[in-house]
Design a protein around this ligand. Structure first.
Ligand code: NDP
Length: 322
């Protein structure tokens, strides 16, 4: 495993980390969750991502239960939660968003579910147009000062809003956001590479990037249709179908163009896609998702591809799917 500092902070995160969206509490039950966290740990992963909304809190409870059972020393791994969507299908107005009330209460609930005394990373899962940014920055600062959160950040905030959060923090002597959690993969590059570019320079922001395989698409698993046991076949994720595959399957055709390059490098398209994300120095950690132990094992091996992925090859890969 390799470790990279979370932006300008001193926190070293494993370049490959592990998240639970759409898996823990769904297709992944307790026994498999335990095997996955144990495998990730054995392979040097030190960051586990979660959110209040994943399975409406079930993913966090499951992770907390397994981490307590595995007894890895608490000072050797990091866990996150995210606040915004709430932890039920129909949250009451005070049970969602980024008000001081919900940010603080969601933190307390995540601490209980995850069975920890503090969250290493805590994210605002989306911007909240109904809450002044000042209020959210102050709420995060409060949690940091109380020792309940170590680093706070945003997820899918426009660059302007992140810049505003930094201004408010600087002018009021509050804790500024350390990291952003954006989608980043071979088919979704603009925000990380263009929109956020000044943020790395100006504020030393780190990134914990999500969907490195575009929900599995970049593994090639959708080349010949939607397998019955895949994410897109699950009724809860039917809404993802067109976004992931493209309205007329255009994105599937792009993935097929990756195969010759993966063959040239002696790896799978999944491993190539993951290594391609890691090769971007502004990516602090690539968050892997898996519904099976073999997928996680396979994806963790992506680091073997990294030495072969020089800048010229990285560009050839990007051009293949452009
Ligand atoms: P990926 O794009 O890597 O998709 C993971 C899914 O792809 C797996 O669950 C599995 O689905 C399939 N898959 C993975 N590896 C393979 C393989 N080798 N061969 C075939 N299929 C494979 O990542 P996620 O979309 O899961 O995102 C990763 C993490 O990022 C999440 O767990 C979550 O923690 C975080 N996230 C954050 C978001 C945010 O808004 N901040 C949004 C989304 C995710 P299956 O087998 O079911 O088809």
């Amino acid at each position: 495993m390799q470790y990279r500092r979370l932006g300008q902070s001193g926190l070293p995160l494993s370049v490959l980390s592990f998240g639970t969206w759409a898996t823990f509490g769904k297709s992944v039950g307790r026994s498999l969750a335990r095997d996955m966290l144990a495998l990730a740990w054995d392979r040097g992963v030190n960051f586990f991502d979660n959110a209040e909304t994943y399975g409406n809190g079930v993913a966090e409870s499951l992770m907390g239960d397994v981490l307590a059972d595995l007894r890895f020393p608490r000072d050797s791994w990091c866990v996150s939660s995210k606040v915004f969507f709430g932890a039920s299908d129909h949250p009451k107005p005070t049970q969602r968003g980024l008000s001081r009330k919900h940010v603080v209460e969601a933190c307390h609930q995540a601490l209980q579910r995850l069975r920890v005394d503090y969250l290493d990373l805590y994210f605002c899962h989306r911007p909240d147009p109904d809450t002044p940014i000042e209020e959210t920055v102050a709420a995060m600062d409060l949690l940091v000062r109380q020792g309940k959160v170590l680093y706070w950040g945003t997820s899918e905030w426009p660059a302007d809003a992140i810049r505003e959060a930094h201004r408010i923090a600087r002018e009021n002597h509050l804790t500024a956001p350390t990291m952003e959690q954006p989608q980043y993969n071979l088919l979704h590059r603009e925000r990380v590479e263009v929109e956020y570019a000044p943020l790395y320079q100006d504020f030393g922001m780190g990134t914990t990037i999500w969907s490195p395989l575009a929900s599995g698409l970049l593994s090639g698993k959708y080349d010949d249709g939607v397998p019955a046991d895949s994410r897109l076949a699950h009724p809860d994720y039917a809404w993802l179908h067109d976004t992931v595959l493209g309205e007329h399957g255009q994105r599937v055709a792009k993935v097929q163009r990756l195969r010759p390059l993966a063959d040239e490098l002696g790896c799978s398209t999944a491993q190539l896609a993951i290594a391609w994300c890691v090769a971007n120095p502004h990516v602090s950690t690539v968050m892997l998702g898996a519904s099976r132990l073999e997928q996680l094992q396979h994806n963790l091996d992506a680091l073997d591809v990294l030495p072969k992925l020089d800048e010229a090859m990285r560009q050839r890969v990007a051009q293949a799917v452009a």
